[in-house]
Design a protein around this ligand. Structure first.
Ligand code: PSV
Ligand code: MN
Length: 421
């Protein structure tokens, strides 16, 4: 809930932080400049391996997913784009979907080819020993590049489910050569305005090995491809204990950080609401981002995306929570007194350094964000504003009716007739 006295609280905090050299007006303005994409697939019905949880108000097509994503932007002001997953979001006319998005106040963001749902990808896509399947996977990605070109998207976001389940199942080195060859063909097909983001994942769906298992291999692949290939960090794709802030810092230094799939987890790739389990880690990630962004020599064109499956939560509300949690983490990172931190670090004053970090982490940024939203003509309380707007009741009534007509043409993976190497 937004506090009635947000302005008064803001003023008190402003004086307090000014003494430490932090300008809260600037923090408020920057926090509203954060731009995050929400995933079309998070609005649809989703589930676990044990079953799909259905919401009677779930979108029935890509147009309705876009409409739901627009609601999140309407109340947060920081989610102006929706990432699409080609196959799940196939539409007859992508320009028309883009017009629909723009009409709703958002746009289509990253294009994600789906290279794992169709049966032909049972043994992998670009690492498949079957040349025809590798061809289909490459053609799919190239079709996605063309969609991106049509709608003006600058990001091709790639995740491969490729891997094996059993020792001896496949030749690692052969798979690596196929992967290199396929990625090169797609990279060359991209317009100069587009970036290729390569996502890694420790395990799942494969359990013995995954072809792009960690940031190291994603880095090597992107390095070999060229400047417009970069690494995508999904927060749920690491072994426990992995220091993600350090990975962020390393990739920024190497100019290879492309973007994020934000979410949170307790165990594995749980795809929970961002910031619900490890908000401190999220804050430390933003600390590294602010440190990196503060260096003009480093690129700062990061693609911030959410990748979640709010299985048992109302999906739009979960997305609003994630966006707000991200904004809070960023605002707190902006409160870090960097001069004092550097001084403490240089003198090995560990406690002093940690206290600088903790002072920002424990700060109450809610009034800052409430005021920041009001300055942009938004309601200070995004979740409350969404609920009061009655959107869910409206879509529940509409979408409980018959499904809209199916799309005429779909962009799908080419079916493969025979199997050969
Ligand atoms: C895979 O777990 C992943 O993180 C990839 O980004 C996919 O595109 C997304 O989830 C949806 O399945
Ligand atoms: Mn992801």
């Amino acid at each position: 809930m937004a506090r009635k006295n947000a302005e008064a609280l803001f003023k008190i905090l402003q004086e307090d932080w000014a003494e430490r050299g932090i300008d809260l007006d600037a923090v408020a303005a920057k926090a509203m400049q954060l731009k995050i994409e929400t995933p079309s697939w998070a609005y649809a019905n989703c589930g676990t391996r044990f079953g799909v949880v259905k919401d009677p108000a779930a979108p029935r097509d890509a147009y309705e997913k876009v409409a739901d994503a627009a609601q999140v932007h309407k109340v947060t002001g920081i989610t102006p784009a929706v990432a699409v997953h080609v196959l799940w979001d196939s539409v007859p006319d992508w320009s028309d979907l883009q017009r629909h998005a723009v009409g709703q106040g958002i746009r289509i963001g990253a294009i994600n080819p789906n290279l794992f749902t169709e049966p032909q990808y049972k043994f992998g896509s670009i690492c498949n020993s079957d040349r025809a399947i590798r061809r289909a996977a490459v053609d799919n990605m190239k079709a996605c590049v063309d969609i991106g070109r049509e709608v003006g998207s600058k990001v091709l976001s790639l995740w491969f489910a490729d891997g094996t389940n059993y020792p001896g199942q496949a030749d690692f080195r052969a798979r690596r050569a196929w992967m290199d060859e396929c990625l090169r063909e797609v990279y060359v097909h991209m317009p100069s305005s587009m970036r290729m983001l390569i996502e890694y994942k420790l395990f799942e769906p494969a359990f013995y090995h995954t072809d792009i298992a960690d940031w190291g291999i994603a880095y090597v692949l992107s390095k070999k491809l060229g400047e417009r290939a970069q690494v995508l960090i999904d927060l749920g794709h690491h072994a426990h204990g992995t220091n993600i802030p350090w990975i962020v810092s390393t990739l920024i230094t190497e100019k290879k950080l492309g973007g994020f799939h934000f979410n949170d987890r307790k165990y594995a790739d749980d795809d929970l609401t961002t910031g619900c389990m490890n908000p401190y880690e999220l804050f430390l990630i933003f600390h590294e981002l602010v440190t990196g962004m503060g260096d003009p020599a480093l690129g700062s064109d990061f693609a911030f995306m959410i990748d979640e499956m709010p299985v048992i939560k109302p999906r739009i509300e979960s997305m609003i929570q994630s966006a707000v949690n991200l904004q809070e983490a960023y605002a707190k990172a902006l409160l870090i007194d960097r001069a004092r931190l550097t001084e403490a670090q240089e003198r090995n004053k560990i406690i002093d350094a940690e206290e600088v970090i903790r002072a920002a982490w424990t700060a109450d940024v809610k009034p800052v964000l409430e005021v920041a939203r009001m300055r942009q003509g938004l309601d200070p309380d995004p979740l409350g504003a969404y609920r009061r707007g009655g959107y869910y009741g409206k879509i529940l009534a509409e979408r409980s009716q018959a499904a809209p007509a199916p799309a005429k043409k779909t962009v799908r993976a080419k079916p493969v007739a025979g199997r050969r190497r």
